[in-house]
Design a protein around this ligand. Structure first.
Ligand code: NAP
Length: 292
């Protein structure tokens, strides 16, 4: 709660959550935040991951309506600001009837807008063919450049919002992680390094840990005096005008303060932007570029 309040104090007015984060607990904490604050706070939540197994057949009218009703209850609201499909199977983007169900939920007033959270650029390109998809949430950071190609061109043209998730590459781009860093047992950075539990791209952006640490050392000298590497990494994202919002996962008030201040940094130099691209092209791209 302290971290959430710190975010609002720092000018944040948009929070990304999901029905499965703490199985409703995250949504309930956000509801509490909204009650404790007078500012208008926009909340994006997600649906789909409560399925025991990810199948296209699971995205029925009944299930989608139940998930939305549960989120409405948890968030203590009459209408969701933004509902995102939570990384559904690729084939779902070839099922217009699912997007028809979402249109019906908008018409019923249960949701204001809907969007998608995706793993791959190709899924996003397919999703934005549906005219009422308003946002795409996708991994985008100094170690994940592919969205900045065709996808950003298309979303800008179609006026679809981009939510840049995992902006710090799970903490790598804060510059604080080391070879010997250990993570809690229930932390995905401990158990999903090789995609054991879910898509490997969600952990450290899918980059081999040792190789990523070497690339971090090459980025470090680019950080302007007075800024932290986390701020540099977030400001780098905001240099792309296709991006509506970066959604770093700050856990503690101090992290949140540091992250929110990133938007106050001066624009990064063309030289710094070119150097990040060069580090990516030489060290990271060959490992991951074709995958997401
Ligand atoms: N499929 C999906 O739709 C999906 C999947 C993943 C994430 N998301 C969304 O994206 C958001 C961000 O993802 P993420 O949290 O996995 O990745 P991230 O923002 O790249 O990394 C967050 C981690 O970095 C560390 N950190 C954050 N700010 C810091 C700072 N200023 N200084 C030092 N360390 C800092 C924290 O870890 P420690 O302090 O523990 O080191 C935190 O857990 C999530 O909150 C969620 O809303 C969505």
């Amino acid at each position: 709660m302290a971290a959430l309040h710190q975010a609002i104090d720092g000018g944040v007015n948009f929070i990304d959550t999901a029905d499965v984060y703490g199985m409703g607990r995250s949504e309930r904490l956000v509801a509490r935040l909204r009650k404790e604050r007078s500012e208008r706070i926009f909340v994006a939540t997600k649906a789909g991951r409560r399925l025991a197994k990810q199948t296209v057949e699971g995205y029925t009218r009944e299930n989608l309506t139940d998930w939305v009703n549960d989120s409405l209850r948890n968030l203590e609201t009459e209408s969701l600001d933004l509902l995102q499909l939570h990384c559904p199977p690729t084939d779902l983007y070839y099922k217009p009837e699912v997007f028809g169900i979402l249109d019906d939920l908008v018409n019923e007033g249960k949701i204001q807008h809907y969007g998608v959270s995706v793993e791959r650029v190709e899924e996003a390109l397919k999703a934005i063919e549906f005219p009422n998809v308003k946002t795409v949430q996708i991994i985008f950071n100094c170690f994940r450049l592919r969205p900045a190609g065709l996808l950003f061109e298309q979303t800008k043209w179609k006026q679809v919002g981009i939510l840049a998730r995992v902006p710090l590459a799970s903490g790598l781009l804060t510059g604080k992680l080391k070879r010997e860093t250990r993570f809690d047992e229930e932390d995905h950075r401990n158990f999903n390094r090789h995609g054991e539990a879910f898509d490997v791209g969600e952990t450290f952006s899918g980059v081999d840990y040792e190789r990523a640490l070497e690339a971090v050392e090459q980025i470090r000298p680019l950080v302007p005096t007075g800024a932290s590497m986390a701020q540099f990494a977030l400001r780098w994202i905001l240099m792309f005008d296709a991006v509506s919002c970066a959604i770093p996962g700050g856990k503690r008030p101090a992290q949140v303060t540091e992250n929110t201040k990133a938007s106050e940094l001066a624009p990064l130099s063309a030289d710094a932007m070119a150097k990040v691209k060069d580090i990516y092209d030489r060290r990271i791209g060959p490992l991951v570029h074709q995958r997401w």
